[in-house]
Design a protein around this ligand. Structure first.
Ligand code: DGT
Ligand code: CA
Ligand code: CA
Ligand code: ZN
Length: 570
């Protein structure tokens, strides 16, 4: 079991305990879950060497539960609670705007026990009269339900990408495989993925399919044919494999990359030129002859368009922009020169600053900014004023040694409920870089929440607004915010908005990046790494920026250190 899977079980326990109105325990379980999620070592290995109780937040009680999870893959305690509470109420508690307490209230007062019930009640205006609800929250509820419907059965890009890469690598070594690519939403790097699509060019599909349906990760074979097979992995994720002739690979790749809407728009454009475009090729309608080509670039060229990157293929104006020549040059994957959001052992990170800087150097970065949490950010190992001074000394020492890359001393300072920051101005002033982020009370009313963030943006010491909306993909809706006001003020105040690359955050989102661009906002890319291995998450943040049409020039950490310092000082 992966650390994230184990953490997910503890999060669920916490949610159920909260539904049952148990005090204190939910916080303990959530804390342990967070710690486990950010471990760099595999939890199974920690258990083997009897080290579970050394994990912060894990005492004897939770350690016993962890051993049961690791031994059996399940937790009887959780299963019992699930029975007790019932699936309906739990489903409700997962919808944006409804915490566990409100779910129980809805169940008690209106007998609501499913999302369908809830939607009907909200539409009928029956919710607004309940304590703690109003007309606005009834509206938000409906939005939350819509969002939940859209994400049911989806997985995080960051979790799926490595799995898909493993499968691709296993198939790529087969002698019958001439070409192989990931397609679908995965190639477009969408933040969540419905299923994995893989395309192979081969003249001998039989052995390729045979290898595919017997991969070690397979738990079920949904279908097996010579052109298409589908499997379900042990994790529940579906994988579709198509095998085509090499001559059809270019159009098949285009077709199965999608999106569907992009395909439809391209096909319409082809029709306008007298061609029919399909996964099998491009045919001249008049002569019935196939038009030759070998790469996606050929296809776009034939249609009178520059190449459109997969991340842009959503039919949200990219074809029109391509036609007019106004498609932005989206940020390349290798353009980021340093990571601006990294946690070390000084707060809730696992690794030393030295190790983080070394890994960053090995990745080809020119600099790295260590931004540990300030004290009050739920994380009780956050930096006090005293620790800030000690950490500064360590960083200065590292920077005096030769061979390493420059380490910037930053901080991820918590934004208090009233919009003030968690460290005094005199301390904030001396950091190379200040990220301000919200970590608690994310369900504030929109006006209040917007005021809170605007106050932080107006703070003269703040350089970057961290994970601006606070959303957690598949788990927590974004905070209720007047985003245009945030974007406008951030641009005016010379504060960059973070594109946080943590797999479950990707915040700002692709669509919000695109809106923010309109206000002339600058962006900052940060992995939010809690261990050396997490620095690789940057790829997901860059993908999000690319999907948001963001260029390298709009991102402050595509600059050289000198350029970045100039921006920070400006
Ligand atoms: P997902 O799996 O929900 O994250 O999203 P996709 O985009 O990977 O969708 P999927 O797996 O259903 O199909 C893969 C691609 O195949 C899709 O992006 C475009 C293409 N495709 C699938 N169905 C259709 C269709 O009915 N018409 C057209 N034009 N293309 C389709
Ligand atoms: Ca797919
Ligand atoms: Ca599919
Ligand atoms: Zn944070």
């Amino acid at each position: 079991m992966s650390n994230r899977e184990v953490a997910a079980i503890l999060y669920e326990v916490a949610d159920l305990l909260e539904i049952k109105d148990v005090k204190f325990k939910p916080v303990a379980y959530r804390r342990a879950a967070h710690e486990i999620e950010t471990l760099s070592e595999e939890i199974g290995r920690i258990a083997e060497r009897d080290g579970l109780e050394e994990i912060p937040g894990v005492g004897t009680h939770i350690a016993t539960k962890l051993r049961e999870i690791l031994d059996t893959g399940k937790l009887a305690y959780l299963d019992r609670m699930k029975q007790e509470v019932g699936p309906g109420v739990r489903e409700l508690a997962g919808i944006g705007g409804i915490g566990p307490k409100k779910a129980m209230l809805l169940h008690r007062e209106l007998g609501i026990d499913s999302m369908e019930n809830l939607e009907a009640a909200a539409r009928a205006g029956k919710i607004r009269g309940l304590t703690g609800f109003g007309e606005k929250s009834e509206q938000n509820l409906l939005l939350g339900i819509a969002a939940r419907k859209g994400t049911a059965g989806r997985s995080l890009l960051g979790e799926i990408l490595p799995v898909a890469e493993t499968i691709r690598t296993r198939l790529a070594v087969l002698p019958q495989v001439r070409q192989i690519r990931l397609a679908g939403s995965l190639r477009r790097m969408k933040e969540t993925i419905g299923d994995i699509d893989i395309i192979v060019a081969s003249a001998e599909p039989e052995p390729v399919m045979a290898a595919f349906v017997t991969l070690p990760e397979v738990s079920r074979v949904l279908g097996r044919g010579l052109t298409k097979s589908s499997i379900v992995l042990a994790s529940g994720v579906q994988v579709d494999l198509r095998v085509v002739d090499e001559g059809q690979f270019w159009t098949a790749l285009l077709y199965f990359t999608g999106s569907k809407d992009h395909n439809i728009a391209l096909r319409r454009r082809a029709l306008g030129r007298g061609w029919s475009l399909s996964e099998y090729g491009v045919k001249d309608e008049a002569t019935g002859r196939n038009i030759p080509g070998s790469a996606e670039e050929d296809l776009y060229r034939m249609l009178g368009l520059p190449y459109i990157e997969p991340e842009l293929r959503e039919n949200t104006g990219e074809i029109e922009a391509a036609e007019k020549g106004t498609l932005p040059r989206i940020v390349p994957y290798d353009a980021v020169k340093g990571d601006l959001h990294v946690h070390s052992q000084w707060s809730d990170g696992r690794d030393s600053i030295r190790d983080l800087a070394e890994t960053a150097r090995a990745r080809g970065y020119e600099y790295i900014a260590i931004c540990d949490h300030s004290r009050s950010a739920e994380i009780d190992r956050g930096l006090t004023v005293e620790k800030v001074v000690q950490q500064r000394a360590e960083i200065e020492q590292l920077n005096r040694e030769s061979g390493g890359i420059p380490v910037l001393h930053g901080v991820e300072c918590n934004i208090n409920e009233d919009g003030t920051l968690d460290l005094p101005s005199a301390v904030l002033r001396d950091f190379d870089l200040v990220i301000a982020s919200i970590h608690s009370r994310l369900r504030m009313h929109g006006d209040e929440m917007t005021r809170r963030l605007l106050a932080a943006i107006h703070n003269e010491n703040v350089d970057i607004l961290g994970h601006p909306t606070g959303r957690i993909l598949l788990r927590r809706e974004p905070a209720d915010l007047d985003l245009p006001a945030i974007f406008e003020t951030a641009a005016a105040q010379h504060v960059a908005l973070e594109i946080n690359a943590y797999p479950s955050r990707l915040d700002l989102s692709d669509t919000n990046c695109r809106k923010a661009k309109e206000f002339g906002v600058n962006f900052s890319l940060g992995s939010d790494a809690h261990a050396t291995g997490d620095l690789a998450q940057m790829q997901l943040g860059i993908a999000t920026a690319r999907r948001g049409w963001v260029t390298a020039e709009e991102i402050i950490n595509t600059r050289s250190l000198e350029g970045l310092r100039a921006w920070l000082g400006g």
